[in-house]
Design a protein around this ligand. Structure first.
Ligand code: BES
Ligand code: ZN
Ligand code: ZN
Length: 476
């Protein structure tokens, strides 16, 4: 269910007398007497003194939630604290259809952050329930203090995060490689993005050996989707390329995964693709003036009589030969072909996003992303800074040349398996073999959380969309 964020259509705040309201109260300023009588103001101020952040009043015809936003010097911490307050408020207002967020002009940034948290927290994935009970909350109205563009941007970004979450939460039974490509086509059509989908024949003619190898065990054909956003006023001469791992289901293939907490989660293995598709939607719907291309190699990975097997040698799109030692290391096989395909765009930067290794999850849990880079020190520093701002944080791993030794093969150029340690890094090294441009690799433990993770919810978090959007928007 979509949530709508709008500027309060009634100019006069008195007109919203019978509505449920949230009042943003930044510390120190006196409480307005417009919505609270003297006794109520006294009560609220007293509660604030006891360090309560949200004070709720039932005024019979409506609820009023007054939010006390404390001062916090660290800008990023302050922003995240307000988004989290938005999540707490969502729990209080989710059963109402509309809520009005009232604030004074000096608090407008805070109001947007609070609304972001509130809107993102309101997401549910109920489409497969015969009696779906999504949250009732559908409309958030903001005081008439903000410019339309900032509110529209927030709406577009919340929509994009919802879209990414929907894609990732959708099981393989309802989203195969073709379905994923159709979703990219649909979003592209709605937002003016040029989308091209290569079918198996075209993928064969391009000799994408990695994608074809992984697809051998599948009942479905692979797809390779290209999304291109190239506005007339693009400020970059060479495009930024985003690559997303589109393994719509990962059984491990012949190197079969166990079921609990492993294969049973693997509908999320197109998390990189879902994030990239959502980010493209955010970029295009906000008409960001950057030339951006997304590449999405997609297939499921499963065993069958014809499946690729440990010991096989595969010739990749760029001619590199790969010894397959574990068919469960399939993400790097499909990404490698997309990364060598990306060379033809002479990109200024390529960022790949992938649920690539259990090692990344083991290292940092679902709280952030693991990143590595080659020839992109400045761009990575900028991405990390944006990550701290939007609270989709990067943990940088070492990317020393030594790790490259671990993927050398006796019988082919490289192998798809590293040593017993540093699994996230050797996977990154494998990818970097196919890149000859500034390159950032992002492994995505944070795309999915089994337990509710604040305003990111339970299940697919949609993390990465706001990161990519803000990073690309900020670039010169
Ligand atoms: N899709 C998995 C990685 C993964 C596991 C992502 C758990 C999110 C949660 C990937 O294809 C995989 O299976 N990687 C193997 C690589 C190994 C065989 C070198 C892994 O991490 O175990
Ligand atoms: Zn795998
Ligand atoms: Zn995988």
């Amino acid at each position: 269910m979509k949530i709508t964020i709008k500027i309060n259509p009634t100019k006069n705040e008195k007109d919203i007398f019978s509505k449920n309201i949230i009042i943003i109260h930044a510390s120190k300023s006196p409480l307005s007497n417009l919505f609270l009588n003297k006794d109520e103001r006294g009560y609220v101020e007293n509660e604030f003194k006891k360090a309560h952040e949200i004070v709720s009043l039932n005024q019979l015809s409506r609820f009023v939630h007054v939010v006390n936003i404390k001062d916090e010097k660290d800008r990023n911490k302050a922003a995240e604290y307000i988004r989290i307050l938005g999540d707490k408020l969502q729990a209080l207002v989710k059963d109402e259809t509309s809520v009005y967020v009232l604030f004074t002009i000096k608090d407008k940034e805070k109001a947007l952050l609070l609304t972001e948290g509130l809107a993102l927290a309101n997401y549910t994935f109920t489409k497969h329930k015969t009696d779906p009970k999504p949250n009732k909350l559908e409309n958030i109205y903001l005081s008439n203090h903000d410019n339309e563009t900032a509110v529209a941007e927030l709406q577009n970004n919340v929509d994009a995060v919802y879209f990414t979450r929907d894609l990732i939460n959708e099981p393989f039974s309802h989203l195969n490689a073709r379905d994923l490509a159709e979703e990219a086509l649909r979003s592209g059509k709605e937002n003016g993005i040029k989308v091209t989908v290569f079918n198996k024949k075209k993928i064969e003619s391009l000799k994408m050996g990695g994608l074809l190898a992984v697809n051998k065990g599948s009942m479905d054909e692979p797809t390779f989707t290209i999304m291109e956003w190239n506005p007339k006023n693009a400020s970059n001469k060479k495009p930024i390329v985003l690559v997303g791992k589109g393994i719509v289901y990962d059984t491990g293939g012949l190197s079969l995964k166990p079921t609990p907490n492993s294969m049973d989660l693997m509908k999320i293995d197109m998390g990189g693709a879902g994030t990239v598709i959502g980010a493209m939607q955010a970029i295009a719907s906000n008409k960001v003036n950057k030339h951006v291309i997304a590449l999405i190699p997609a297939t499921d990975n499963r065993p069958s009589g014809n499946a690729y097997a440990p010991g096989d040698v595969i010739t990749m799109h760029d001619g590199t030969t790969v010894e397959v030692l574990n068919t469960d290391a399939e993400g790097r096989m499909v990404l490698a072909d997309a990364l060598s395909f990306a060379k033809k765009y002479k990109p200024e930067l390529v960022i790949d996003l992938a649920t690539l290794t259990g090692a990344a999850v083991a290292a940092i849990g679902h709280y952030g992303f693991v990143s590595m880079h080659e020839g992109a020190r400045e761009q990575h520093a900028e991405l990390k800074k944006v990550g701290d701002e939007v609270h989709e944080r990067l943990a940088e791993f070492p990317f020393w040349e030594d790790y490259g030794e671990l993927i050398k093969s006796d019988i082919a150029d490289i192998k798809n398996l590293g040593g017993p340690h540093a699994g996230a890094i050797t996977a990154g090294k494998f990818l970097a073999h196919f890149a000859d441009y500034p390159f950032i690799h992002i492994d995505l433990p944070a795309v999915y959380s089994k337990a509710k993770y604040g305003y990111r919810g339970k299940g697919a978090t949609g993390m990465g969309v706001r990161l990519l959007y803000q990073f690309i928007k900020n670039r010169a």
